[in-house]
Design a protein around this ligand. Sequence first.
Ligand SMILES: *Cc1c(COP(=O)(O)O)cnc(C)c1O
Length: 371
Amino acid sequence: MRVYNFSPGPSMLPLPALEKAAAEMIDAGGTGQSVMEMSHRSGDFKPIIEKTGSLLRELMGIPPNYRVLFLQGGASLQFSMVPLNLAASGGGPADGGRKRITLVDTGVWADKAAKEAAKYAEVNVAASSKDRAYTYIPAAPAPGADDAYYHITWNNTIVGTRWPAIPATGNIPLVTDLSSAILSEPLDVSRFALIYAGAQKNLGPAGTTVVIIREDLLGRAPAWVPAMLRYDLQDKEGSMYNTPPCYGIYIIGLVLEWLKNLGGVEAVAALNREKAALLYGCLETSKTFYSPVEKNFRSLMNIPFVPRETDPVRKAEIEKRFVAEAAAAGLVNLAGHRLVGGMRASVYNAMPIEGVKALIAFIETFERSLK
Ligand SMILES: *Cc1c(COP(=O)(O)O)cnc(C)c1O
């Protein structure tokens, strides 16, 4: 029996995509091979990577002057690749010629991006929501006139916040970590210079990483930047400088096919809004739990909730019991991030609305059991 998996990632994938992968496991499209066994340079694999790329372009409305790369290393490697390619100095990592970047600190992932960028760039953390445990998105300060780029984390997976609007950065390239919200609702790609996302939330298997980069940003990496970490080289080689994550790219293709059949990003966004409205609505009236996130900044994808109980011992008991009993009822991975505690329901594109309704019914049953 399949469970409703509320994990923040790796997370649920659409059943039709998994079923197609299962059916093609040992013979993909009459080739007599699994996609895992194909030469990445063969005529069998080429249509797979091309289809995946063109579906992503179509679904996200990616303009023609942007390149789509399928890389490895997860979003975390992008914390290094972005500054290495866009801000590092020709003289080496710590050289005085390295450029300044502006970054808004909205949580753990933004902080990691800042710390990694600081190895290759001057990092100006222009605003932070750390003062209130990252439960809101601060107003976006203007970028510096000479900044190499401006970095935001669009959806903050751990605390469950999302930017309410795309900040205006003029001609300073806007870069975003879109790992936990890619394809969850329409987003104007042309407002960004670079978008990156680890695949394991809304796209496919962990490790595979999507980078969408405006072509004028290619070729800015100093010569000392390692080959594997260069956008220009990865682009020139069509994401095949080395063997790409072939199977991951194939699964992403199947997930995108499912999304297209569902009606595309607009259609899934309507479902995502409905799912989120149901769950936030339940928390609004719940006597046991509440959402700690300020209303204007609530994520559609990651919905944390904490007990109203303030006694720490009693609160920990409620959390432990909730997570265990929910798992026994087929609602798994509802524990909050180890850094923030509480509970968190991640309701990515592939989470059916029935899963959210089952969670709400469970919350109501649990509440009654407390009395
Ligand atoms: C999950 C996540 C990451 C880390 O992704 P990896 O692929 O594990 O490196 C980074 N940023 C955000 C916003 C995430 O949700």
